[in-house]
Design a protein around this ligand. Structure first.
Ligand code: GLA
Length: 506
């Protein structure tokens, strides 16, 4: 083994030491072995690397920006930074991080130098209970509307804060907090357990929750007893994005199981289906397969499609039975403000959204780190202007007062939930300032001004420029933002990355 350090001195790991293959076994659900292989080699331009895991999409990714200093290692896989700390030349502890440097998982994972024998052994580990071959898909047809989600759904999802650490207790506490905070009464009623609840599938094909969820039916009952709705997560692929068991090949069984628990919403995440079904038609058919299975239960279940906006999803999601569909990749990974501001430009086709089916720009990042209060207000403003599902992702058990005020602003929520169900659109942009309009019922319009720049700005808008003639009523929905209006127009003083939101009645 090469290691340029002596036992007495500080540990100095060299590129030579790093070369070769390392193995790590990230925490995995019961019944699933998850592993990653990390390989480093000396290339022409310096150290090169790749990572392969049976986690996530089971694909090889490039390892970039490799840097060694003393006993520390850092590198990137795509936008994800990693830090390693060597215990000795054959073992290190690896942590994956948000782009701001804070850890995603609390515990580091030990990576050890792997022998050839170990590499070939783990590569032969068969995933548990998986149907990994392509299955016949239903002929495409148009499912009739299920009558649900007449306004964008509102609630909370476990992923952005808890990822796979979510458990029965946290779900109950979140349900309690939704009630105590007033959020339930403001409309946030769906409590959605995302990835990480699944255990093993038994020989009868019944999927059991893992030990963190001892009794799913009882948990659903508890959520219902609080006047809330209960949501769950699965995938049309053999495994989910975090490598838990998916519903592939067990769509009917799983839909029945969910209905028997009292599930009111299913989020169905493409993940490993990517390796089986390639075309838009196949994707639509795979979603339709579960859509039909849900309908066959006769339970009203909101169907949330998560395909990261691939293909022209907004054009067929509804036909596959969907009530909302993601229009983009995860906003939680990476720079939070960039994720939100990206939605100004990538917000789905407005004509796809209407009562019964909605473009979903992803779960909210408010109060989950990485956004200022002004940015959080802009996040809320943009989502309500888009008529987006308002699915919170923060730890509601400890929510700062100023965040509560943003999330509970009834008039702002009213813009999102307006009965016409039209998605707002940008009217014009002048430098850093964007002006957006959303047509509302009762001869009203919501007008939003965004300051995407780094400095506070005063901005004047003439009513005539936004199609308003002599407004009868002007409401400033974020009183924190100064607005002066008269019969000609209004002037708003908007903080950096902030926004102003008005409701105007003609
Ligand atoms: C994908 C989805 C996320 C979340 C995770 C769970 O990344 O887009 O919203 O559900 O999977 O593994």
């Amino acid at each position: 083994m090469l290691c340029s350090t002596t036992s007495a001195g500080p540990l100095e790991i060299t590129a030579q030491d790093l070369r070769g293959t390392w193995v790590l076994y990230p925490p995995a659900p019961e019944g699933v072995v998850s592993y990653s292989l990390l390989t480093f080699a000396q290339g022409n331009g310096g150290l090169q690397g790749s990572m392969y895991g049976n986690m996530k999409y089971a694909k090889r990714v490039d390892v970039q920006d490799i840097a060694l200093e003393g006993n520390r290692l850092s590198f990137m896989t795509g936008p994800t930074p990693w830090r390693g700390e060597f215990d000795n030349a054959t073992q290190m502890r690896l942590t994956w991080l948000w782009t701001d440097g804070s850890p995603i998982a609390e515990d580091a994972v030990v990576a050890r130098r792997a022998s050839r024998a170990e590499v070939s052994r783990i590569q032969r580990i068969p995933p548990a209970n998986l149907v990994q071959h392509r299955l016949p898909l239903p002929a495409l047809r148009e499912l009739p509307p299920n009558g649900l989600a007449q306004t964008p759904i509102m609630g909370w999802n476990s992923w952005n804060h808890f990822t796979v650490t979510i458990d029965d207790r946290a779900v109950r506490e979140i349900a309690d907090a939704l009630v105590a905070s007033g959020l339930r009464d403001a409309g946030y009623v769906y409590v959605i357990i995302d990835d990480g609840w699944q255990g093993e599938r038994d020989s009868d094909g019944v999927l059991h929750p893992n030990s963190k969820f001892p009794d799913m039916r009882a948990l659903a009952d508890y959520v219902h007893s609080k006047g809330l709705q209960f949501g769950i997560y699965s995938s049309p692929g053999p495994v989910t994005c975090a490598n838990y068991l998916g519903s592939h090949g067990y769509e009917v069984e799983d839909a029945k199981l969910f209905a028997s628990w009292g599930v009111d919403l299913l989020k169905y995440d493409w993940c490993s289906a990517l390796y089986l079904y390639k075309t838009q038609e196949e994707m639509r058919a795979a979603y339709q397969k579960m859509g039909e299975a849900l309908r066959a239960t006769n339970r009203p279940i909101v169907y949330s499609l998560c395909n990261y906006g691939m293909f022209d999803v907004g054009k067929w999601a509804r036909k596959a039975g969907g009530n909302l569909w993601r229009i983009s990749n995860d906003s939680v990974a990476g720079n939070r403000w960039a994720s939100i501001s990206d939605r100004f430009d990538n917000n789905g086709n407005p004509e796809d959204s209407r009562p019964g089916g909605w473009n979903d720009p992803d779960m909210m990042l408010i109060d989950n780190g990485g956004l200022t209060v002004d940015e959080s207000r802009t996040h809320m403003t943009l989502w309500v202007m888009l008529a987006a599902p308002l699915i919170l992702g923060n730890d509601l058990r400890k929510m700062p007062g100023e965040i509560r005020e943003i999330l509970l602003n009834r008039e702002v929520i009213g813009i999102d939930q307006d009965a016409r169900g039209l998605q707002g659109q940008r009217l014009f942009r002048e430098g850093d300032i964007e002006v957006w309009i959303k047509e509302l019922s009762e001869v009203s319009k919501a007008v939003a001004l965004y300051n995407r720049g780094p400095r506070k700005r005063e901005f004047a808008v003439n009513w005539s420029k936004i199609g308003v003639s002599s407004p009868r009523m002007v409401r400033n929905l974020w009183p924190e933002v100064e607005i002066r209006s008269d019969s000609v127009g209004f002037v708003a003083s908007i903080p950096a990355h902030g926004s102003a939101l008005l409701r105007v009645q003609m």
